[in-house]
Design a protein around this ligand. Structure first.
Ligand code: SF4
Ligand code: MG
Length: 336
């Protein structure tokens, strides 16, 4: 497919009293038109900072995009002014967050809030925009949209509010939808419904999606490719099958063992990953996972592992993939 987004060697830091927190350390990935990818990793791994950088929503100061390019639709967003970004946000790139209550305005009706984006970006009249708002509520499968459009956020359940957020994000038919932990606050059944809805809309409208999550369980239902982040870096990437059935990084193995799986409900033996990620005020010289990795070798503490290309878009950054490294037994995680 045609490339919609290309993030190249992105570095983002936060300059605090304690020093420079290197939150994103050389992240690269690309996304095709109509494709859905997922960025996974524990909280603090830099996944939210990465997508907030794409939206240019990093508070500055203390945040700063230090290096890299974010090519969206052929143009580098890093070079855009705040005014140019305002035109892109909402119309070209939509975003939904974990907690819709904090992004919805409690004093405005749902219809007014959807209409506002349309009036701002599409010069619609108020009545046209309200009609379109009703169609959007219908699209995200909210029953009684004609009545619902006049109600306030507190009159909606958590799952319904997230549908409203999706309606707002998609109102201007953006090319890219960024969803940052969109279902984390919802119960499992509602989560699955929201992911279903996003998949349906992706097919119907051809929207590209970046799904940020710490929960690998919801990834397979939506994304075609997965990017695994750790301590501000991409440590493994590949198709959903590569990551679920042929992961090569010990951290990815840990993630797979530590998340609940929707397809094996009730049969989960969750094994949390011991230890904590490194302090990004002073990132380690070698592999950032070395302190937590039971396969760590001497070289791991000394040198950053290179990215090994495993073919067909699967890559992994771990010294175990060096041809002379000891062979380790890949844990049997899935397929049983
Ligand atoms: Fe473990 Fe070494 Fe691989 Fe890092 S590079 S994940 S420490 S084996
Ligand atoms: Mg986050």
């Amino acid at each position: 497919g045609k490339t919609l987004l290309e993030v190249k060697d992105l570095e983002v830091s936060f300059f605090t009293y304690a020093g420079e927190v290197k939150a994103v350390r050389g992240v690269s990935f690309s996304l095709d038109q109509g494709e859905a990818i997922s960025i996974v990793g524990e909280s603090g791994c830099g996944k939210s900072v990465t997508v907030h950088s794409i939206m240019k929503l990093i508070p500055s100061p203390p945040g700063k995009i230090k290096k890299g390019a974010i090519i969206f639709n052929g143009e580098d967003l890093v070079k855009k002014s705040e005014k140019q970004m305002q035109a892109i946000r909402g119309s070209e790139i939509g975003m939904i967050f974990q907690d819709p209550m904090t992004s919805l305005n409690p004093t405005m009706t749902i219809g007014q809030q959807i209409a506002e984006t349309l009036i701002k970006h599409h010069n619609m009249s108020r009545s046209q925009a309200m009609e379109q708002a009703i169609r959007m509520l219908e699209l995200v499968q909210i029953p009684n949209p004609g009545k619902r459009v006049r109600q306030y956020p507190h009159e909606f359940s958590g799952g319904m509010r997230q549908r409203v957020m999706i309606a707002i994000a998609l109102a201007c038919n953006p090319k890219l939808l960024i969803a940052d932990e969109p279902t984390t606050a919802l119960d499992v059944t509602i989560q699955a419904q929201i992911i279903d809805l996003m998949r349906e809309l992706q097919h119907k409208m051809g929207t590209s999606i970046i799904l940020i999550t710490h929960d690998l369980g919801i990834v397979a239902d939506l994304a075609q490719r997965v990017i695994v982040m750790y301590a501000g870096q991409v440590i493994e990437y590949g198709t959903v099958d590569d990551i679920f059935y042929n992961a090569r990084h010990p951290y990815t193995w840990g993630l797979l063992q530590s998340v609940p799986r929707l397809d094996k409900r009730g049969n989960n033996r969750l094994v949390p990953i011991d230890g904590t990620p490194p302090d990004l005020l002073a990132p380690p010289k070698g592999c950032a996972f070395a302190d937590r990795c039971k396969y760590a070798m001497r070289i791991c503490k000394e040198e950053q592992p290179p990215v090994y290309d495993l073919g067909n878009g699967h890559g992994c950054s771990c010294h175990l993939l060096h041809p002379q490294a000891p062979k380790v037994q890949v844990p049997q995680l899935y397929g049983g």
